[in-house]
Ligand binder design. Sequence first.
Ligand SMILES: [Zn+2]
Length: 265
Amino acid sequence: MQGAVLYGPRDVRFEERDDPKIIKPTDAVIRIAAACVCGSDLWPYRGIQPTAQPTPMGHEYCGTVQELGRAVKSIKRGQFVIGSFFASDNTCPNCQIGYQSSCQHRELVGGAQAPLLRVPLADGTLVATPDVPSEELIPSLLTLSDVMGTGWFAADAANVKPGSTVAVVGDGAVGLLGVLSAKQMGAERIIAMSRHRSRQKLACDFGATDIVTERGDEGVARIKELTNGIGADSVLECVGTQESMMQAISSTRPGGHVGYVGVPH
Ligand SMILES: [Zn+2]
């Protein structure tokens, strides 16, 4: 099969790779319906993070189960599944309290930008949809592989509750889905920090009530202004820079919560 492989800064090659196979009895091999590029792929792509060896790309994926190891019990061949970027058993103590990304047996899933993908710990990692979804639904389901779950986690970690005032730092996929998650959790006011018109529009579609275009100290001042000088109850940090983290902390009311999911750089 052909797949995307990162060789170094700005050097992505679409080249022949071996078809993945079942290695452990808990594995699955899935046929990819859709995969995408994550913001975190851009760090090594830009050379900010070194690439030690040619690395197959892609950790956001969904598709149809093609082959299963003999120990897999709940996942069936032919099911449409969505998986996380960390394979997890979903049974260890860390998984049991909801931190599957810290599973004691976790394995990083990679190489999804290809027709076939091996997924370890299939029972714990893959979630099957009730039916095979329509084509139109697949891009939305793909977000559940990483960015929607990450945005949801940010809102949950920031203690978003019905009636909360929420500020979201970052207007990438995770930030926008943090807005959507906060809306789903019943936040009353959602302030999205964004400078891009197309993303501002999406943020509003997803439930943002206010847009702040200022950054840094000015952004913090604007959020204080919108919250009677107090700050937001919950702030979602979805960028991962020193500046965005400081902006998030300074925008939070005394006793409020910051949920941070930006990959630190
Ligand atoms: Zn686990």
